[in-house]
Design a protein around this ligand. Structure first.
Ligand code: MN
Length: 696
């Protein structure tokens, strides 16, 4: 057990002006108050508050919080009165101790009507000063660390269940991940010892089998950064057993490979270096599409900030990498508790701050105003969970969706027809793209049109089983009719290039071993029948024009991604001049007329195509821009900021070459059309750090 002097030294190590007398006084006071009381472990009771205050000091909390750690059980378990604490330690500490005591008295296992009432008291106590909750969570951490000393298995399980149910989600909500992970793992071990053991054994097996993987990968990453101008610290992190188990449950996957259990971390000094590190990693390793997440631009609700990416690592295994600064790291580990160290704007501890604690006030208001406390309790408890998101329909009905669900998932959760005909979504009265992730408390209005149909691109951001199934089903039925329509368009085109009027009866489909005109169209659309050989059946000696006069195929008739695809080499966007190339089994691939890869298709017919200019495909075109910029520390941040403030999202980023003075950045962005792209290019050119910029 820590002595009073040791505790004081610990606090002095981060706060040289700390009021040491106050700590000494509290230490002695708590020791005398608890007297000869014993813990279930047989140790003196006093060891518990000392341990709690030690953990708080290790988290570098302020003196009142450390003192509250020492005193947190004297009101409940000894003869000490509230007035006595006010007199000796002042109103602030008395308030905190009283708050923790109120939380401790709450028994979530009581009868149903009492339980909701208790939950309300719990929220009221915690909603006044977030330090009350910090102390309570540390108290729970130490209690659950010593859970095995408790004789009654029932009591052990009750405490473990309550920890998973209430405390772990609360810890997550205020960003105290380190504590959350530890209390979850211990609670999980107590509730499901067999599952815990199975995963633990499997983890050991994998680690033994791939013993060299972690140190070798770390060495490669360290070397990569050593050869770059970015000062970085690399570490490897093993995921927690409970979080692995949750992932296995949720995605229904088994635990097989080392990368399931490891994440690598790059810690740098500045935000700019975070993006530079990302560029460096993406330049040297192949990225896994769809796994890049920028929590620096858009922090999580609990202030978590980091860049996440998954790449194929040096040993051809996918590796997950998190990139962050030292401050982001502390906040990621300790959440609000990191505030007292950094006094940072990035973490707020003011419970009246609606951005950070709106959820708490909202929860409280709902609980207070409700006639049916039991139902509210069920909903509010869930609301604290990390893996669910709660939204409302425009008429105020509550919808529960898995976390990460997007606006399109919401539309499908109302009704299949609503999803299928969804043309747009308003969240809190603002129009948002269909891929917008939902947040707790969003009020959502879905706009529909009988003329709208699912878009194959929806599959990229539909996350719920229902939405994905509906979109896939539609794509499947649509495929047939899309290929049929395309085949018919191609036939018309062929007639026109031969200067003939379109005449379906003249199509000799039997020559192509098709039983009907319909099946001929489908095969023609799929590229299974050569365009030239079909033309030859129309005219004997046919001389092919490069691009035939006014014949053209309009994009309006097609859903990109089914029978008609946008080429990934040149990423054509609305406004570009475009041509189509028929590709076997795929249909028509649309290239920009300027695409350098077109020359590879000299044996193919280039079909002239036009866009449907009225079709609103807002933000759905991917394109790559190449930027030559000065090698300054703020270039990265400036450029990414210009792009996002012009309404485009960044989907990938890579550094191509780097010298002392300049470097070339390749940024993949999503834009609406050529006009939108032009605006972004112009804004970038106006930036003094940018030497040149153009579409790649
Ligand atoms: Mn306690």
């Amino acid at each position: 057990m820590l002595t009073s002097a040791e505790l004081i030294n610990l606090v002095l190590s981060y706060d040289k002006d700390a009021n040491t007398d106050l700590i000494k006084k509290a230490y002695v006071f708590a020791m005398e108050a608890h007297g000869s009381q014993k813990r279930a472990s047989g140790f003196p009771y006093f060891t518990h508050p000392v341990e709690v205050s030690k953990i708080l000091a290790e988290m570098r909390m302020d003196v009142p919080t450390v003192v509250t750690g020492l005193l947190h059980d004297v009101l409940e378990d000894t003869n000490t009165s509230y007035e006595e604490i006010v007199e000796i330690f002042g109103a602030e500490i008395a308030f905190l101790v009283d708050g923790v005591t109120k939380l401790s008295k709450i028994n979530f296992a009581s009868t149903t009507s009492r339980r909701a009432e208790n939950f309300k008291k719990f929220l009221v106590a915690m909603a006044q000063d977030i330090r009350v909750l910090v102390v309570k969570l540390v108290d729970r951490l130490h209690n659950i660390r010593t859970l095995h000393y408790i004789d009654s298995v029932d009591k052990q399980k009750r405490i473990a269940a309550e920890t998973l149910d209430i405390y772990a989600p609360l810890a997550e909500r205020i960003g105290m991940r380190r504590i959350k992970n530890e209390i979850e793992d211990i609670a999980f071990y107590n509730l499901h010892p067999e599952e815990y053991q199975t995963i633990a054994v499997k983890l050991e097996e994998i680690k033994k089998r791939d013993a060299d993987f972690i140190p070798n990968t770390m060495r490669e990453l360290e070397q990569l950064f050593k050869d770059s101008p970015i000062p970085a610290r690399i570490s490897g992190r093993e995921k927690e057993i409970y979080s692995i188990w949750r992932k296995m449950q949720k995605r229904n996957v088994s635990l097989n490979q080392i990368y399931d259990i490891m994440a690598f971390r790059v810690i740098v000094d500045t935000v700019e270096q975070c993006y530079e590190s990302l560029g460096l990693i993406h330049t040297n390793f192949r990225i896994m599409p769809g796994r890049f997440k920028d929590y620096i631009s858009i922090p999580k609700l609990n202030n978590y900030r980091s860049l996440h990416t998954t790449v194929v690592g040096p040993f051809n295994q996918p590796i997950e990498i998190q990139i962050r600064t030292e401050e982001m790291h502390r906040i990621a580990e300790d959440g609000v508790a990191a505030h007292w160290l950094y006094k940072s704007d990035n973490v707020s501890t003011d419970v009246n701050d609606s951005k950070n604690f709106g959820w708490l006030k909202g929860l409280l208001t709902t609980v207070k105003n409700s006639d049916n406390p039991e139902e509210v309790l069920a909903n509010s408890k869930l609301e604290m969970f990390d893996d669910e998101v709660f939204c409302f329909t425009e008429t105020g009905d509550l919808k529960t969706l898995p976390k990460g669900a997007t606006a399109i998932d919401f539309a499908y959760s109302i009704h299949t027809d609503v999803g299928d005909h969804c043309i747009g979504v308003q969240i809190n009265t603002k129009m948002v793209p269909l891929w917008t992730p939902l947040r707790n408390g969003d009020r959502i209005k879905v706009l529909t049109s009988p003329y709208q149909h699912p878009d194959s691109s929806w599959i990229n951001f539909a996350t719920t089983g229902k939405a994905r199934a509906c979109v896939k089903k539609y794509i499947h039925t649509q495929e047939k009719s899309e290929f049929l329509t395309l085949g018919r368009e191609l036939a018309k085109y062929a007639f026109k290039t031969a200067a003939l009027a379109f005449d379906e009866d003249a199509i000799q489909y039997k020559k192509f071993r098709c039983s009907s005109l319909q099946s001929f169209y489908q095969n023609f659309g799929r590229g299974l029948i050569s365009f030239v050989s079909f033309q030859k059946t129309l005219v004997d000696e046919f001389i092919l024009p490069a691009i035939a006069g006014d014949a053209e195929i309009c994009m309006i008739d097609f859903i990109p991604g089914i029978a008609v695809h946008l080429a990934e080499c040149c990423h054509p966007i609305i406004g570009d001049k475009i041509v189509g190339v028929i590709q076997k089994d795929k249909g028509l691939v649309v290239h920009s007329l300027l695409c350098p890869h077109l020359s590879e298709h000299t044996d193919r017919v280039l079909l002239k195509m036009t866009w449907n200019q009225d079709n609103d495909q807002s933000g759905s075109f991917t394109t790559v821009i190449r930027i030559l910029t000065t090698n300054d520390k703020d270039s990265f941040a400036l450029i990414t900021n210009i792009i996002s403030s012009n309404g485009a999202s960044i989907t990938n980023l890579r550094i191509e070459e780097r010298s002392m003075l300049f470097f070339t950045l390749l940024i993949e962005i999503k834009v609406t059309d050529t006009f939108h792209l032009g605006e972004i290019l112009a804004a970038l050119r106006a930036c003094s750090h940018v030497k040149s910029v153009h579409r790649d």
